[in-house]
Design a protein around this ligand. Structure first.
Ligand code: FES
Length: 99
């Protein structure tokens, strides 16, 4: 039976890493930097000692592919589009992590 409980983490960061075959619609993981962004954000959160409270999760398509790479932060309800690796410090700042 389904149970309801409080989220385990304070924040969830969903980074789209979806890939598509060539010739199809663009994708965060295939066209843009979604995969590397996900990995580097996860590393940075861990380095900051926040891995126990902030969960960086890989996401499949969020259906705004042309605006990739896309990052969604809950419970803040922040949608970050056109995210690049150079934006990592700004994303961390939105998570309350200062470099
Ligand atoms: S592939 Fe990332 S939003 Fe569609």
């Amino acid at each position: 039976m389904m149970e309801q409980s409080e989220p385990k983490f304070e924040k969830y960061v969903f980074v789209c890493v979806n890939e598509r075959a060539g010739g199809e619609r663009v994708s965060c993981g295939g066209t843009f930097c979604g995969k590397e962004l996900s990995e580097k954000l996860k590393e940075a959160v861990k380095t900051a000692g926040k891995a126990g409270s902030i969960r960086v999760s890989k996401s499949k398509c969020l259906d705004v592919c042309e605006e990739g790479a896309n990052v969604l932060i809950y419970p803040d309800n922040l949608w970050l589009s056109h995210a690049e690796l150079a934006d990592i410090p700004a994303i961390l700042a939105k998570l309350g992590i200062q470099p």
